[in-house]
Design a protein around this ligand. Structure first.
Ligand code: HEC
Ligand code: HEC
Ligand code: HEC
Ligand code: HEC
Length: 157
């Protein structure tokens, strides 16, 4: 290879490295920015979705009133000790609920289990954690959908 050839080759490698750097940078930003609408179709938690997919308006829930509902991040996000993560902001890494509420599919109440134990067991499931968080708040605030069909509008065929 002559001198010119070597220089060209070097430039090619450098530009390749720059491209990879840029691409991963953009990716990382996408994952940590505060999401707008989340399509709730967790295929790791459920092999098959029997109900219609919920389009969760994340932005509206967390945006300040009157445009949004003005909820704190910590109403839904918490750490491994269940401490609310109220200081979360755009750019922070956020763990999916399934990372800790890691039992999959729909829980079944074992025969004879007490109400308290059942409540505990239920939230070990992603299914239980999600429904208790979403529906629980809607019930407590007397606002937002509580009926199955209000969140899962039509039955999936
Ligand atoms: C406030 C909204 C809301 C309400 C009300 C609600 N769900 Fe859900 N449901 C969700 C979300 C969000 C998920 C998680 C889906 C995902 O991430 O894949 C889910 C998941 C499910 C799943 C597992 C996924 C699937 O499609 O098979 C089933 C089954 C389900 N819900 C049934 C019900 C039933 C039955 C009721 C009424 C007793 C109900 N839901 C009420 C929001 C809701
Ligand atoms: C009403 C409940 C709720 C509130 C309030 C809320 N979030 Fe979320 N957020 C969720 C849910 C549910 C998910 C999806 C988690 C999953 O898929 O396991 C999520 C996901 C995220 C993600 C990850 C998105 C992705 O693509 O993986 C980020 C980042 C995030 N939230 C940041 C925030 C910040 C910052 C705030 C406060 C300004 C906030 N959230 C407030 C419920 C909420
Ligand atoms: C880093 C781990 C972790 C993540 C991520 C996580 N949780 Fe939890 N969550 C916990 C722990 C620990 C508890 C307490 C369990 C107990 O006391 O039995 C808990 C409890 C809960 C409860 C029960 C609250 C109560 O009053 O009993 C709900 C509902 C819940 N989480 C929903 C969610 C939702 C929705 C997400 C995602 C937006 C999420 N969690 C993400 C660890 C986590
Ligand atoms: C801490 C409280 C809280 C939690 C947690 C919460 N919501 Fe809500 N949600 C509200 C309030 C407040 C409204 C506004 C109702 C109104 O003004 O009529 C609402 C409205 C809604 C609506 C109807 C209007 C819209 O924005 O689309 C849907 C659907 C909904 N929530 C889905 C969900 C789902 C799915 C989750 C869980 C992933 C969730 N919510 C968790 C408080 C909450």
């Amino acid at each position: 290879m002559n001198k010119k050839g070597k220089l060209f080759f070097l430039l090619l490698i450098i530009s390749g490295m720059v491209m990879i750097f840029l691409a991963t940078g953009i990716n990382a930003e996408e994952k940590t920015s505060v999401p707008g609408i989340i399509k709730m179709d967790n295929t790791k938690a459920f092999k098959k979705h029997k109900k219609a997919i919920v389009m969760f308006d994340h932005k509206k829930h967390e945006a300040a009133k009157p445009d949004g509902y003005g909820l704190k991040c910590g109403e839904c996000h918490h750490d491994k000790d269940h401490k609310p993560l109220n200081d979360l902001k755009a750019g922070d890494k956020v763990q999916g609920c399934l990372e800790c509420h890691n039992k999959t599919e729909k829980p079944k109440k074992p025969k004879g289990m007490s109400k308290d134990d059942w409540k505990k067991l239920r939230v070990e499931y992603y299914y239980g954690a999600i429904h208790e968080n979403c529906v629980g708040c809607h019930k407590a605030q007397k606002k937002g959908p509580k009926k199955c069909s209000e969140c899962h509008p039509k039955k999936k065929k």
